[in-house]
Design a protein around this ligand. Structure first.
Ligand SMILES: O=C(O)CCC(=O)C(=O)O
Length: 327
């Protein structure tokens, strides 16, 4: 099998850029194609730095001119958009640069240390594995740090970057609005007292004019099945379900024969630190508790387009929204 050549680009390292260019040229020569696995929005990086402008332009031009290059610049490729539409989710590897990820992680650790509210505790939801009550041993184990956007400007600053915003616009249209009532949190999965989340669609408790929202899930560390990474059912966002397929909390009933075909198509996702998962609000997903001795953290935000207002009086309309772009 021919190995997939790849190139990593970085924010701060000039020589890496030059080096990346040499590697890229060599890879295309050797293999006839190139996959850029880590991308930094070159245009943005270079626009900020006049003295580097020419190098950036040349590299960008090389990238678009070379046949068969598969690239993840600052937007999805057409294939990626099709893949998202077909499967209801898509992972972009290393979309989050290391410095940003570390800053998000540090904020997470300091807010956890001081238990900065608002926090949702595992005990509140009583999912399998959660402590019995807030007073029980491990009862003060957070499940998510809520209102992430107000904890640190880094979250919104990052989401406004072209590599996030362009992609959201490709999926939702030119206007991108972030409801702060949903997700907008740092999901935490602690080793000893975390819980299992059953199969669900996020839209189950949300109320918008259309059932069309996209969630961005940023891995602040590695995520894999043992520490409770997400599992998804590919294509499940396109199907129609009857109320009988769900339990009273609107989890998919795993005991029903009519749900078995769906449940036989589970994909276990693994994310490396800095990978970003985009998924549709109707895509079924679930996760186990964290079976390792290290915590897992993910920053999670949800977005709608301009033509999809929350229904008045619903929880979805109960908190302010943040406009990231106006079409
Ligand atoms: O990480 C998990 O346990 C799942 C979280 C989740 O699906 C959600 O909050 O919607």
């Amino acid at each position: 099998m021919v190995p997939t050549p790849n190139v990593q680009t970085g924010f701060d390292v000039d020589c890496l850029l030059v080096d990346a260019g040499i590697q890229a040229t060599q890879a295309v020569r050797d293999h006839g194609f190139l996959e850029i696995v880590t991308f930094t929005p070159l245009a943005e990086m270079m626009d900020d730095r006049d003295d580097r402008e020419n190098v950036g332009r040349e590299m960008k031009q090389d990238a678009v001119m070379t046949d068969k290059i598969e690239t993840t610049l600052d937007r999805f490729t057409e294939d990626e958009v099709s893949s998202f539409q077909e499967n209801g989710y898509l992972i972009v590897r290393h979309l989050l640069d290391d410095a940003t990820r570390q800053a998000m992680r540090e904020r997470t650790l300091s807010d956890l240390e001081a238990l900065v509210e608002p926090i949702e505790y595992e005990a509140e939801l009583q999912y399998p594995g959660a402590p019995e009550s807030i007073q029980a041993e491990g009862g003060k184990t957070p499940r998510r740090l809520k209102t992430a956007h107000s904890r640190d400007p880094i979250f919104l600053e990052t989401l406004k970057r072209p590599e996030f915003l362009n992609r959201l616009q490709q999926l939702l249209g030119p206007t991108i609005i972030m409801p702060t009532a949903h997700h907008n949190c740092i999901m935490t999965k602690e080793p000893d007292y975390s819980s299992d989340t059953g199969w669900h669609q996020d839209i189950r408790y949300w109320r918008f004019e259309q059932r069309n929202l996209v969630t961005v899930w940023m891995a602040l560390g590695d995520e894999y099945p043992e520490n409770g990474s997400l599992k998804v059912i590919s294509g499940s966002h396109q199907k129609i379900y009857t109320p009988e397929q769900f339990d009273e909390e609107l989890f998919l009933r795993e005991d029903l024969s009519e749900n078995q075909e769906l449940l036989s198509n589970v994909e276990h996702l693994s994310l490396s630190a800095g990978d970003v998962l985009f998924f549709h609000c109707r895509t079924f997903h679930a996760a186990t508790r964290n079976y390792t001795d290290q915590p897992k953290y993910s920053a999670v935000f949800t977005f709608r387009g301009g033509d999809n207002a929350p229904i008045e009086g619903s929880r979805s309309a109960s908190m302010p929204e943040i406009t990231l772009s106006e079409g």
